[in-house]
Design a protein around this ligand. Structure first.
Ligand code: ADP
Length: 603
């Protein structure tokens, strides 16, 4: 059950839980925000800039002005989050080109166009740039929340690193990027971004405090503002949200313009605040541990102790992703959640039903035991009464020697009967508990049958029932002779008990392949199909049998069946109500020569 719970949990989490995981991710993001002095500055084209500097149409001159000012501040690198693919006013373009030439470590943006090619800046701008970077955000964030940055984008055999990566590279000295399957190395910093995933995604660790932003208008009005750019990485872009093309939300739930996302991605790399997804192996191992803990808890403890540990386990599972998150590892929340809940709940349910089953079992055991005691006391009463009566008479009266002998004989045989009864009863109890090894001796089936027929004769005569012995096989049986005799004798007494007077009972045996069949056929009251299904159950008696007035306990046949099963055989019964029944013992037969045995006449 624990295994099933585990598989379900992993599948469910894998298939359906992206939203839940994202929600938990954002929650943890807010719970454990990163702070720290920013290494970057945003030079924003905000509402005020657009208003005072001529609006959207003047974008290139605004940009040129911004660049002229920015380069005065001597930043380490400058990234521009604007697409400059179309030719504009020649004079303005020339000015912008000049401003770009004067900018150290400039990165321009490039974007995939609808045909799947790169939309690069005009060649005149491009030639001024130290690098080109793509400005794509994560493809299709489910809920508009930006969490990942595609570190690379490939189209038409051309790969572009993200704008922020290029700015970071140039800010760190401009060495080429080293790639390995699990990460890329930029200026000595390892950035976890698995090559196996498309676009090598990196989780952006948004800073809680906003990245310092200087509007272009402010650079114009306050030239000293450029002092704050020294040795920083500068991202220039539209910060006015209604004008920005790419608006997304950060995990903090705040709307952020694209340029700010690049800046946060840059900060993630600069502060080396990486969040890496947990490896599949660790995730699976954690889930297996949780599931095993749940399983062991409910296997070893019960009641409130188990439930309390279960709750602790659930709490632990709930806080586990937070623990991982604190250490920079993203653990899918849905996975621990479903693994913990499913395994705890299924273990608890299993325990509940297992306990109930055990309870029912022990109740029925108790009932069975009571009935067994009842049976024993009832059956013992007859011989005990005989013994009591005889011994009393012997003590009280002067009896003739013959009479006395006869009574002593009676006491002897009745007490033997008692002892035998107790022995059989104990044997059968142990037999059905599987505690007893039955004897393994070879005996002749014929002898057993003949002895039983002899024993049943007085009973049959009383009802004027004739017992016929049909053909008998000479085969032996390997097993316990006394138990087998008990079984055959039981079938014979039943046949006599449940038949009206002046009828016939037949017993015979024969070989059937590997098996020996011993059949007892009567012309008695018979049973219907429903009764046939139940007669081997302990204490079951048919209505017909009750009505016949024959005493019985309903235990004999269950013992017979146990004995036959322990001999590697089975019981077969066929019966027609009012016509008669045939009970057949089918056991493995043996053709080995049976050693001669002294007939047990005292039985
Ligand atoms: P008991 O005879 O003490 O009631 P058994 O276990 O030997 O218990 O038999 C169970 C029941 O099976 C009997 O009560 C009776 O209803 C039915 N039964 C057994 N043998 C026969 C038979 N030969 N003919 C009809 N019914 C039988």
């Amino acid at each position: 059950m624990i295994a099933i719970a585990l598989v379900t949990a992993v599948t469910a989490s894998w298939a359906f839980a992206a939203r839940l995981d994202n929600y938990a991710y954002d929650f943890l993001f807010n719970r454990y925000p990163v702070t720290g002095a920013a290494h970057s500055v945003i030079v924003g084209i905000d509402q005020e800039t657009l208003r005072t500097m001529g609006g959207q149409r003047q974008m290139r001159s605004i940009l040129a002005t911004a660049l002229e000012r920015v380069s005065m501040g001597e930043p380490r690198a400058v990234g521009i989050d604007l697409i400059l693919a179309d030719a504009g006013d020649p004079v303005e373009d020339a000015r912008l080109e000049r401003a770009m030439k004067g900018t150290h470590n400039l990165v321009l943006s490039s974007e995939l166009d609808l045909r799947g090619g790169w939309e690069d800046p005009l060649p005149r701008f491009r030639s001024t740039a130290a690098a080109l970077g793509h400005i794509h955000a994560e493809d299709l964030p489910l809920d508009g929340v930006s969490r990942m940055l595609p570190i690379e984008k490939k189209a038409q055999r051309q790969r572009r690193w993200a704008l922020s990566v290029e700015v970071f590279r140039l800010a760190r000295g401009g060495q080429p990027i080293l790639e390995s399957p699990d990460d890329i190395e930029v200026g000595g910093v390892r950035i976890p971004a698995p090559g196996a995933s498309p676009d090598r995604p990196m989780r952006i660790r948004f800073l809680r405090s906003p990245i310092p932003t200087i509007p272009v208008a402010k650079l114009m009005s306050d030239p000293s503002a450029v002092l704050g750019l020294k040795d920083k990485a500068v991202f220039i872009g539209v910060t006015e949200l209604t004008a920005a093309r790419d608006r997304l939300t950060s995990p903090y739930g705040e709307a952020v313009p694209g340029v700010e996302i690049h800046a946060h991605a840059f900060e993630t790399m600069a502060q080396q605040n990486f969040l890496t997804p947990v490896s599949n192996g660790v995730a699976l191992a954690t889930c297996i541990l949780i599931a095993l803990a749940a399983g062991f808890t409910f296997a070893l403890r019960s009641g409130w102790a188990a439930y309390a540990i279960g709750v602790v386990l659930l709490l632990a599972a709930h806080s586990l992703p937070a623990l991982f998150f604190k250490n920079g590892i993203v653990f899918p929340y849905s996975l621990t959640l479903s693994a913990a809940w499913l395994s705890v709940v299924s273990a608890a349910t299993f325990q509940y039903f297992a306990t109930r089953r055990e309870l029912r079992q022990s109740e029925s055991d108790r009932a069975r035991y009571q009935q067994a005691i009842h049976f024993v006391t009832h059956e013992m009463r007859t011989p005990l009464t005989a013994i009591q009566g005889s011994s009393e008479m012997m003590g009280r009266y002067n009896l003739t020697e013959d009479k006395r002998k006869q009574m002593a004989q009676m006491i002897h045989s009745e007490s033997k009967r008692l002892a035998r009864m107790i022995q059989t009863f104990l044997d059968v109890e142990r037999l059905s508990d599987g505690q007893m090894d039955i004897k393994r001796e070879l005996f002749a089936s014929r002898e057993v049958i003949e002895s039983c027929v002899e024993r049943v004769q007085p009973l049959a005569e009383r009802k004027q029932i004739q017992v016929f012995v049909d053909t008998l096989s000479d085969d032996g049986i390997v097993g316990d002779r006394e138990l087998m005799e008990y079984a055959v004798y039981n079938l014979l007494t039943n046949a006599v008990k449940y038949s009206p007077g002046e009828t016939e009972v037949h017993i015979g045996s024969g070989r059937d392949g590997e098996h020996l069949r011993v059949s007892v056929r009567d012309q008695g009251i018979g049973m219907d199909a429903r009764e046939l299904r139940n007669i081997f159950k302990k204490f079951y008696r048919t209505k017909r049998a009750e009505a016949s007035g024959e005493a019985g306990t309903g235990i004999g046949l269950s013992i017979v069946e146990q004995i036959v099963i322990h001999h590697g055989g089975r019981m077969e019964v066929s019966s027609t109500p009012g016509k008669g029944s045939t009970f057949t013992i089918v056991v493995p037969g043996s053709t080995m020569a049976v050693p001669a045995r002294v007939p047990a006449s005292t039985r």
